[in-house]
Design a protein around this ligand. Structure first.
Ligand SMILES: NC(=O)C1=CN([C@@H]2O[C@H](COP(=O)(O)OP(=O)(O)OC[C@H]3O[C@@H](n4cnc5c(N)ncnc54)[C@H](O)[C@@H]3O)[C@@H](O)[C@H]2O)C=CC1
Ligand SMILES: O=C(O)[C@@H]1CCC=N1
Length: 273
């Protein structure tokens, strides 16, 4: 269905992620979307395709979405899922981006065992259509619903499907939260630059452009990251000294796996709540 106008959608939660995805759908072409969001929405209210309501009970009875996108926090799922049973019984696709919430848990909270559910994990570069989403579908999702999910998710970046739902927990830790780790590196580089006497504005530019340029280099080549790293590292040079610190066994080689393990286990924990 690539290229076709997206069918009527119900978006529940239009914060950072819901808002970013919505922007992608508007650009891709959408017929109609009702947005349930208790706060303000940053989207163009003059756009006749968008209708903003503040609660689920305000969704017009005559509105029949083909898919419902769940973009509230996992802790807010209880405010939403139990009210979707009529949609789920009617076979409407439920596409969740909530961290940790498992397919079976969502089906139980909706109260429809055969609900057509997709669990997906995007990331914030979706805001500039450079996201990466990993998704898994429940057994009730038919081919048309899978293609629609793919279309909705690919409007904001790359999409990969997996069959094993357990993989969504490490995915959440790596690509879901990954942008935060990169931004932390930018923060730390900038701070170190200032501590070494660089004017703050220059330190900020150096840190940001280093990450942006490195990302573009990665995007432009098939070379492994290890090769790209080695290409920077002159024997007996300056980078080698820095990497001796960062690559010490008790530094990044242990901190990064520990961080990913902590986030993976939190994702599993959210799935139980
Ligand atoms: N921020 C991120 O990097 C990523 C977040 N996610 C997932 O996306 C979901 C949303 O996260 P964010 O956009 O970051 O959070 P957010 O806090 O920016 O957005 C959540 C929105 O839901 C709204 N909301 C709260 N209760 C509601 C209700 N009962 N009905 C309708 N809307 C309600 C809030 O007003 C808010 O605008 C979460 O489940 C998170 O796990 C997934 C991938 C990446
Ligand atoms: O921190 C979180 O729980 C969400 C999921 C991945 C990114 N943000």
């Amino acid at each position: 269905m690539t290229g076709a106008v997206l069918p009527p959608l119900l978006l529940i939660g239009s914060g950072k992620m819901g808002g970013a995805m919505m922007q992608g759908w508007l650009e891709r072409g959408i017929s109609e979307v009702v947005v349930v969001e208790p706060g303000e929405i940053s989207l163009c209210k003059a756009d006749g395709r968008i209708r903003h309501v503040r609660t689920l009970s305000e969704v017009p009875a005559e509105f029949h979405p083909v898919a419902i996108i769940l973009a509230v926090k996992p802790q807010q799922a209880g405010e939403v899922l139990p009210y979707l049973s009529a949609y789920a019984t009617a076979g409407v696709l439920l596409l969740s981006i909530m961290a940790g919430k498992t397919l079976s848990r969502m089906a139980a909270e909706v109260g429809v065992a055969q609900a057509s559910l997709v669990r997906a994990m995007p990331n914030t570069p979706a805001a500039v259509r450079q996201g990466f989403t990993c998704a898994v579908a429940s057994g009730s999702v038919d081919q048309t619903q899978r293609e629609l999910s793919d279309e909705l998710l690919s409007a904001v970046g790359d999409v990969a499907w997996v069959d094993d739902e357990a993989l969504l927990d490490p995915v959440t830790a790596i690509s879901g939260g990954g942008p935060a780790y990169v931004f932390l590196l930018v923060e730390l580089l900038e701070k170190a630059g200032i501590e070494h006497g660089l004017p703050p504005e220059l330190a900020r530019r150096l840190a940001r452009k280093t990450i942006i340029g490195s990302g573009s280099l990665l995007a432009a080549t098939d070379l492994d990251a290890e090769i790209l790293r080695r290409n920077v590292t002159s024997p007996k040079g300056t980078t080698e000294r820095a990497l001796q610190v960062l690559m010490a066994p008790d530094a990044w080689p242990s901190a990064v796996p520990q961080a990913i393990e902590a986030a993976t286990s939190r994702s599993r924990q959210l799935g139980q709540s």
